[in-house]
Design a protein around this ligand. Structure first.
Ligand code: FPP
Length: 237
């Protein structure tokens, strides 16, 4: 069966509204092939582009992806440089067709870390996609959930506000987005690694052994089918 048909097979009534990806395993993908780690990230960008467009095509409303964490800044300089170059070269190109189709892009994280030219590309993406209503693509860049929560708490303190758990969400980068229904982590690691900790309270989590660069639409269909079988109870019976 063609891979496109595989996606069409899914029960559209049991899809997550919001799917979030922890894209892990790029380095191992490259090392297994005796390639430098940056080649894994390069391949990972292709997967990112394909996964985003598949998710939008089948009608998922929000797709979040963890592209660069606050902790990733501690990696060796040459790997960070390679990641910055990938972001610089791809962030606009990767998203421009989707933006033309009406997808809105948001970023979560402290963007002040990035160089001026990268920030200009990020601004361009935000500006050109601002009116999009078809779906939201939300990309974590220099994102860490603990920082996000601490900043939110500090803001509440500054404003002398006492807020409910629901109101607190308005202080997070993800304000106005629904919580992720499904978090997918590739490469077999059972961790959230500082990703959307507040938002993940009732998310279903699926861990797949597939390394991110190998995460094709067969793998996407498989995690969506697993999600469709989950019985979400939100603490009730
Ligand atoms: C985790 O794999 C992946 C990352 C740290 C980076 C993910 C980034 C991208 C896919 C590209 C970002 C580009 C744009 C345009 C937003 P790892 O290196 O931790 O893999 P390992 O666990 O096998 O070492």
């Amino acid at each position: 069966m063609k891979s496109k048909d595989l996606l069409d097979e899914l029960d559209k009534t049991r899809l997550p509204r919001h799917i979030a990806f922890i894209m892990d395993g790029n380095g191992r993908w490259a090392t297994k092939r005796l390639l430098p780690r940056k080649m894994g990230h390069k391949e990972g960008v292709k997967t990112m582009r394909a996964v985003i467009s598949d998710c939008v095509r089948i009608g998922i409303e929000v797709v979040s992806l963890f592209a660069f964490s606050t902790e990733n800044k501690s990696r060796p300089k040459d790997e960070i440089d390679a990641l910055m170059q990938l972001i610089r070269d791809n962030i606009y190109d990767m998203l421009k067709d989707l933006i033309a189709e009406g997808v809105k892009v948001t970023f979560m994280g402290d963007l002040s870390y990035f160089s001026d030219d990268i920030r200009e590309s990020l601004d361009r993406v935000l500006r050109e996609s601002a009116g999009g209503t078809k779906a939201v693509v939300n990309i974590g860049l220099n994102y860490g959930s603990r920082d996000e929560i601490v900043q939110a708490v500090n803001k509440c303190v500054q404003e002398r506000k006492t807020v409910s758990a629901e109101e607190f969400k308005q202080y997070l980068y993800t304000k106005n987005l629904p919580d992720p229904d499904l978090i997918v982590r590739t490469s077999g690691e059972f961790r959230l690694s500082n990703f959307m900790l507040y938002q993940a309270a009732y998310s279903e989590v699926v861990v797949t052994k597939t390394l991110w660069p190998d995460f094709d639409n067969k793998a996407l269909v498989s995690v969506l089918k697993e999600y469709a079988q989950r019985n979400r109870r939100y603490g009730k019976i």
